[in-house]
Design a protein around this ligand. Structure first.
Ligand code: GTP
Ligand code: MG
Length: 273
């Protein structure tokens, strides 16, 4: 499927691409773009009405890239306006606020909205996604930690960045890597290049780490019924230890998940005769 590959006149020369921003209202999409394009930060919230459009030029290796940026409004009210703009996109800046768990939990719904609007023939595999964990300057209010965000992004083959539109941290790095990845994708026949991180852990490892994070007690964490025997606890522990051992598993958050499993087993065995 090559629907998203932009047309170009001469190889190695100019290239025109379309990128869009996505994510809940107020997470900082417009500020991230403003910080990069205008090198400034506006602290007053000015909600985007529908779509803001801008054009910028960037240089990637020997190529001049003309970037059309469509900055989307995150408010549900603007759904009808947004759905005109998903098609023919090469890159998506997908933003959440690290202090707003809802905005992180909403990322799947944003992907679903885009997929739905692209229709049955739309292909999300040939789009570069850069996930921005934004507002990292507000450390006191942070409730989505780096490993949780990184795990979500990297298990989907997306780029992940910690950003602050306020201080500028991570913003240039994000845009640079994002544009290089889009050019790589265009030069790779529209296929997203496999990143080291996405290739280095399995879906089972990612799902297990997420399950451990959300478990309600030690039984739940080991995946055994309350009142299970020593043998059952040890068997469940061994399976998880093999899956998540830090020597074997490089998925974000695996070290903490492994420690939690060790502690859960110790706590349970203390009370089982
Ligand atoms: P919609 O256009 O409504 O979808 O919102 P948006 O995602 O474009 O958010 P916007 O960029 O307008 O920023 C929302 C509010 O968050 C504003 O008050 C910004 O000043 C603030 N903000 C954005 N980025 C940051 C950041 O990195 N740190 C802090 N502390 N505040 C930020
Ligand atoms: Mg905005």
């Amino acid at each position: 499927m090559e629907a998203n590959i932009p047309k170009r006149k001469e190889p190695g020369k100019s290239l025109r691409i379309k990128v869009i921003s996505m994510g809940n209202a107020e997470v900082g999409k417009s500020c991230i773009i403003k910080r990069y394009c205008e090198k400034r930060f506006v602290s007053k919230y000015l909600a985007t009405i529908g779509i803001d459009y801008g054009v910028t030029k960037v240089q990637v290796r020997d190529r001049e890239i003309k970037v059309n940026i469509f900055d989307m409004a995150g408010h549900p009210f603007f759904y009808e306006v947004r759905n005109e703009f998903y098609k023919d996109t090469q890159g998506v800046i997908l933003v959440y606020d690290v202090g707003q768990k809802d905005s992180f939990d909403a990322l799947d719904a944003w992907l679903a909205e885009m997929k739905q609007d692209l229709g049955p023939h739309g292909n999300m595999e040939n789009i570069v996604f850069a996930v921005c964990a934004n507002k990292i300057d507000c450390a006191k209010h942070r409730c989505v930690d780096e490993s949780e965000g990184r795990l979500w992004a990297e298990s989907k083959g997306f780029l992940y960045f910690e950003t602050s539109a306020q201080t500028g941290e991570g913003i240039s790095e994000m845009f640079q890597t994002f544009y290089v990845s889009i050019v790589d994708l265009c030069e790779n026949g529209g296929k997203r290049p496999i990143t080291n991180s996405s290739a280095s852990f399995t879906k089972e490892q990612a799902d297990t780490i997420r399950r451990i994070r959300n478990s309600k007690d030690s039984w739940d964490m080991l995946g055994v019924k309350p009142g299970a025997s020593r043998d059952e606890v040890n068997k469940a522990y061994r399976k998880l230890a093999v899956l998540l051992h830090p020597d074997k598993c490089v998925a974000p958050g695996s070290e903490d998940a492994f420690k939690a499993v060790v502690n859960a087993r110790t706590a349970l065995l203390k009370n089982i005769k």
